[in-house]
Ligand binder design. Structure first.
Ligand SMILES: *Cc1c(COP(=O)(O)O)cnc(C)c1O
Length: 562
């Protein structure tokens, strides 16, 4: 699987070196031969022709070329250059193709190793219900073994089979309901509106002043926010080249939004001690094109909370939006104050906070496929809407990205909220806060490891504190022990998102970590990394996302294949 990554080092780099060497040799030759240069005599005509030509070249060729070069980012020049090399040198091209085919095969056989009874073509006659039921129970049983280990970071947020069964029972008849037709599906409409009101009030909105919409997940919520600020910036401030400012720890969905909606991302570095940004750097990053700032409570990689109150002051001062990404931990951080957890205030009561996203399908304990996004004014929410009346299909209007939607995720989130109630969520939050604190303290007591920032909510990330301990090697030993944690980059670290589904196994995890460190200490050959470490290590050494992007294309292709 690492073939695609090694290719860069194996084939492209040596070719680059050759190219440079050739250029140097040629340059030396040229110098030693002392070629006579034209227009070197001092005749007036020659001088005139020389300067005219010189000026033409300068203004028509050199300056435009320089301007073009500066308009390109370093990355895009490098990308074009690598594309040029890989397309124009036949041996590189062939090797790249071979390596990609090999990688594709390997990835596909890994991903499809559990596949049984593949159906790649529509069966001529419908399958019997009994066959379908057999398939279903086989898939569910097999996958549940992998899911219900209690050893997975995030991914599964509730841990009560009875609760899940009741929720499924409640939502099953709403699957065919479609809130696009809110006049027909009145139940889904009411549940959606109630869901928004209940959640908005938890986030500091006043009754009747809740301006939100549900979405299919945190990614869509964040994308809708960025789209909304882009439209707001265009209409209110006439910004045609919108920029958003995000801490480097902000979720990938902001880059996705920027990619989809043609917005530029300005990234701010974070400080190791607090795990968050410096406000002075934020101020410096604001430009006339800024449409919004993003902060997270907490962020996905390291679980730290950004200084929302201070960021809000900056947002107010420069009249830009401040989006708070509470997707991951919103249903926990709402209860931080009551549980004496000290984090910055982040809700709509903070002047300057203009939108908040929160995921019901994480700690909101709903089924997958439901999140919501809120704005501080009706006007701002209007920028998210789309409607057309000039379509032959009639009037079409939607608050968020999809057209038709299922009523079931809405019903599930509604059920989750009213079933758990304020106190149910508060109890869950308390449990997660406490488990996080205890786990963090235990990791801090291991001298070979260091915790990143000051995590208090639900994620703890730790890096190696010892040059003889490769954190990815540790990650791999944990994988072999059945622990599916996240391996992260920039900096190299491991993280765990603590949920109701894994909190009981964390003492075991600490023991496994201590054992793994001992194993590596006693046998340095164990400090080597396999594929995961190679991917992270290589992408770090070659600061070229194209190789990684190519690789991910192969992986996505394989995931969509039968
Ligand atoms: C999970 C997450 C998201 C995106 O959520 P999806 O539901 O996976 O689309 C956004 N922000 C943060 C901080 C998250 O943890």
């Amino acid at each position: 699987m690492d073939a695609a990554f090694l290719l860069y080092q194996e084939t492209i780099l040596p070719k680059l070196q050759l190219l440079i060497e050739f250029t140097l040799i040629y340059y030396k030759e040229l110098k030693s031969k002392a070629l006579p240069l034209p227009f070197f005599s001092k005749e007036p005509l020659n001088i005139f022709v020389f300067y005219t030509l010189f000026l033409i070249i300068l203004f028509k060729i050199v300056f435009p070329l320089l301007k073009w070069c500066f308009s390109l980012s370093f990355g895009s020049v490098k990308r074009s250059f690598i594309r040029f090399l890989t397309q124009c040198i036949p041996s590189v091209k062939r090797k790249l193709l071979e390596s990609r085919q090999k990688t594709e095969k390997e990835v596909f056989s890994e991903l499809s190793k559990h596949d049984t009874n593949q159906t790649y073509k529509l069966p001529k006659n419908g399958m019997k219900l009994s066959t379908l039921n057999d398939r279903m129970s086989f898939w569910l049983k097999r996958d549940e073994v992998a899911i219900n280990t209690g050893k997975i970071s995030g991914a599964k947020y509730s841990n009560d089979p009875d609760y899940e069964r009741n929720l499924k029972e409640f939502i099953k008849d709403f699957f065919f309901h479609n809130p696009l037709h809110f006049d027909i599906y009145a139940g889904a409409r009411q549940m959606e509106a109630e869901l928004l009101s209940m959640t908005g009030i938890l986030l500091g909105c006043e009754k009747d002043h809740v301006y939100g919409s549900t979405t299919s997940g945190g990614t869509e919520s964040n994308m809708m926010a960025i789209y909304t600020y882009r439209q707001w910036g265009l209409e209110v401030k006439n910004i045609t080249k919108p920029e958003i400012i995000v801490p480097e720890t902000a979720h990938a969905s902001f880059y996705k939004a920027a990619h989809f909606y043609n917005v530029k991302v300005i990234t701010l570095p974070t400080k190791p001690r607090s795990g968050t940004i410096e406000i002075s750097a934020l101020r410096r990053a604001i430009s006339k094109n800024t449409v919004c700032i993003v902060g997270s409570v907490p962020n996905y990689p390291h679980g730290n909370c950004d200084p929302i109150e201070e960021m809000a002051k900056v947002a107010l001062k420069y009249n830009v939006g401040l989006h708070v990404d509470a997707c991951l931990g919103g249903f926990l951080t709402i209860f931080a104050q009551e549980n004496q957890i000290k984090i910055p205030k982040f809700d709509f009561k903070v002047p300057g906070v203009t939108s908040i996203s929160i995921d019901h399908h994480k700690y909101g304990l709903a089924n997958k496929g439901i999140s919501s996004i809120f704005y501080n004014s009706k006007e701002l929410r209007h920028y998210q809407y789309f409607s057309t009346s000039s379509w032959p299909g009639g009037i079409y209007a939607t608050p968020c990205a999809p057209g038709s939607r299922s009523g079931a995720p809405i019903a599930g989130a509604w059920f989750a909220m009213v079933y758990n109630g304020y106190n149910g969520y508060k109890e869950n939050a308390k449990k997660i806060f406490e488990t996080t604190r205890k786990f963090r303290e235990k990791i801090e007591s291991i001298k070979e490891l260091k915790v990143i920032g000051d995590p208090k909510i639900c994620v703890v990330a730790f890096a190696s504190n010892n040059k003889n301990l490769n954190i990815y090697a540790l990650h791999e030993i944990l994988l072999q022990k059945g622990w599916n944690l996240g391996a992260l980059n920039y900096p190299a670290c491991i993280h765990i998102t603590i949920t109701l589904a894994n909190e009981k196994s964390l003492n075991d995890l600490v023991k496994e970590i201590q054992n793994a460190i001992e194993v590596i200490k006693n046998d340095p050959t164990k400090n080597k990394v396999g594929i995961m470490g190679t991917i992270y290590g290589t992408t770090k050494k070659v600061p070229d996302t194209q190789t990684a992007d190519e690789f991910m294309k192969v992986v996505l292709d394989a995931s969509l294949k039968i």
